[in-house]
Design a protein around this ligand. Sequence first.
Ligand code: SF4
Ligand code: SF4
Ligand code: SF4
Length: 270
Amino acid sequence: MNIFDAAIILAGLAAAAGFLFAWVVRAPRKARPDAERIDALLPQTQCGRCGFSACRPYAEAIVRGEADINQCPPGGDSGVRALARLLGHKPKPLNPKHGTPPQQPSVAWIDETACIGCTRCIQACPVDAILGAAKQMHTVIRSECTGCELCIEPCPVNCIHMRALPEDARAHPPRSQNPLLAIWRHGARSQGQDRHKADRARERYQHRIARLAREHHERRQRQDRKNPMPPRDLDGIDKKAVIQAALEQARRRQAAMASKRKTATGTRSQ
Ligand code: SF4
Ligand code: SF4
Ligand code: SF4
């Protein structure tokens, strides 16, 4: 075999490997879908229009076969096609029951002169994109707002409005992102969706969920410290000990009240 033959064989092998790689990447994936890969294709607006509380629960419902692929208006028809491709389904039109895709990217804006600082919008925002404190004016972090509109309805003075995002403020995926790597990770190209912003929104949503869980846990701990009474359902626990603790607590309270009364009487009689 001369060097020329060896070069031809090597070129043939390289071409075969290239075809194989392209087939693996582009072939519709009929294998069992997983929620992470589905969630990676959703726009992460976290608006709940699909009928679930956020994008990830919708993805999990698709995996369980409890939701269809055409329920996400922010994802639009391109989102449905991306899901169909990932799951090996036939694309279908967006289900109008869940609404229509937004005409253009928009973000919330707060009329700060009218805001009364009630914090209801902060509680409603799924990605913590609103800054403010009780009785203080609130403002939206424009770059983090997903345009979900969930803050509009709770505002008691109607001072939150949606405004179109100017073209120059629309974020785009980083240029360095390797498209082949993106296909490998997500199973399909995201069509018309801003993956970079979506990834940030997912991260902020996950942080919020973790923060709420932590705050709930801390509240429970504070309540338990304040009121060490056991739960009402006494099945399976030491009822005697519970009654004993309650009696002890009542005794302590009575003693404290008696001591206060004694002090007050002493003060009056002086
Ligand atoms: S963007 Fe809204 S409608 Fe689409 S999956 Fe997420 S929560 Fe559901
Ligand atoms: S500021 Fe309003 S519209 Fe923007 S993400 Fe938060 S809740 Fe949604
Ligand atoms: S809900 Fe409205 S009034 Fe209340 S803090 Fe938000 S913007 Fe201000």
